[in-house]
Every structure is written in C-alpha cells, then in structure tokens.
Design a binder for this molecule. Structure first.
Ligand code: ITT
Length: 189
C-alpha cells in the first residue's frame, strides 16, 4: 500500500525532492491544491506550523507544509526566514553582492516540515552546512542552489542531480524524519 502526504506548496522542485525521499518509505508527496498561508515571522517553525494548521482547517484532511531558509553566518543568519522574499527582491546576485569582501562564506540551509492532522501538528527539521560560492554554477534545482556548496563537496546543489542533492539537503533530512514518524504511526498497534 502506498500512502499519500499532501503538501501545500507552489514549488514543484520542492515537491519532487520530498517525493523522492517519501517513496523510500512507501509514501508519495503530492500537491494539496490548497493555498499556503505566507505568514512572515522570525522562525521557520512558526511559519510552517501556522501554514499547516490553516491548510488542515480549510481542507479538512491532513496537510503538510515545508518551509526553508538560507542562514548566512557572516550576515548573522540573514536572510533566514526571509529567504523567499529576499530571493524575489534581490535574487542570487543580490546575495553575492552582500557577501562581497566577506572572508567567511559559511552558511546553512534549514528546513521545517509541519504536518497537521487529527494528531495535532508534528514538526520535523533538517539542516545542511556549506559555503556560498563566488559565482553561480549549474542549472539544476531552484532558488539559491547555484551558489550553495554543501560540506564535503566541490559542486553546488545546482550541479547535482536531485538524488545527489537529496543525499545532503536540509529538506531531504527533514523528509527522512517524517518518514520515520510515518513508519512508526503505521506500525503502531
Ligand atoms: P512554497 O510554495 O512551498 O512556500 P517557496 O519556494 O516559496 O515555496 P519557501 O517559502 O520555503 O519556498 O522559501 C524558501 C526560499 O529559500 C526559496 O524561495 C529559495 O530561494 C530558498 N530555498 C529553500 N530551499 C532551497 C533549496 O533546497 N535550494 C535552493 N534554495 C532554497
């Protein structure tokens, strides 16, 4: 039997990455077809939990939401929960400009999956450390993928296949946590 986890998201890349992980534990990720509440707050968890709870209340069936952000050390964690907005306004080039002359290019991606249902809202998290490349490289993925090099690699996420990115990514790590919980829930008496 294949279970289904419905995600409120407008990002098809995200959905494909989540689906690849969930297939590994006998589930599939599909678009919920409901709008995702775009709350702006200082924590990814707060944003994800509010969006999942709202979507569940509207749809009347369990809905998951994944919220992610890029936290740059030299910028004290900026753009963090504001990453989506910064990507739309400044883009990749804008981030590179903010880092011009910075000696420290360390950063991390964080992901929070909030899954709302009759059980309440379960939260799963993942993170990956890496560095911001000097120039964009690669054409895969989305968002800041062309400038993020995960630790232990020389390639950016955009130079990897989806499967390779999922070996490292914040989102895949959070999705594996979700898998663990789904498995436990399925096996519970
Ligand atoms: P939703 O519809 O699910 O909200 P979104 O693209 O707006 O899709 P987020 O609100 O989680 O997603 O925004 C996260 C932003 O962070 C996104 O716009 C990207 O710029 C960046 N980001 C997050 N995860 C990323 C990843 O795996 N690779 C590259 N950039 C990522």
């Amino acid at each position: 039997m294949t279970g289904l986890v419905l995600f409120a998201t407008g990002n098809r890349h995200k959905l494909a990455e989540l689906d690849a992980v969930l297939r590994g534990c006998g589930y599939r990720a599909e678009a919920a077809g409901v709008p995702k509440l775009e709350l702006q707050a200082d924590s990814l968890e707060e944003i994800a939990v509010a969006a999942a709870a709202t979507a569940y209340a509207a749809a009347g069936r369990p809905i998951a939401v994944e919220d992610a952000g890029l936290f740059v050390d030299a910028l004290n964690g900026f753009p963090g929960p504001y990453t989506s907005y910064v990507y739309k306004t400044l883009g990749v080039r804008g981030l590179l400009r903010l880092l011009e002359g910075a000696g420290d290019r360390a950063a991390e991606f964080r992901s929070v999956i909030a899954y709302a249902g009759p059980w309440g809202v379960k939260v799963f998290t993942g993170r990956v450390r890496g560095t911001i490349a000097a120039e964009p490289r690669g054409s895969g993925g989305f968002g800041y993928d062309p400038v993020f090099i995960p630790e232990g690699e020389t390639r950016t996420f955009a130079e990897m296949t989806l499967e390779e990115k999922n070996r490292y990514s914040h989102r895949a790590a959070a999705a594996r946590e979700l898998c663990r919980w789904l498995r436990e829930a399925r096996e519970a008496p």
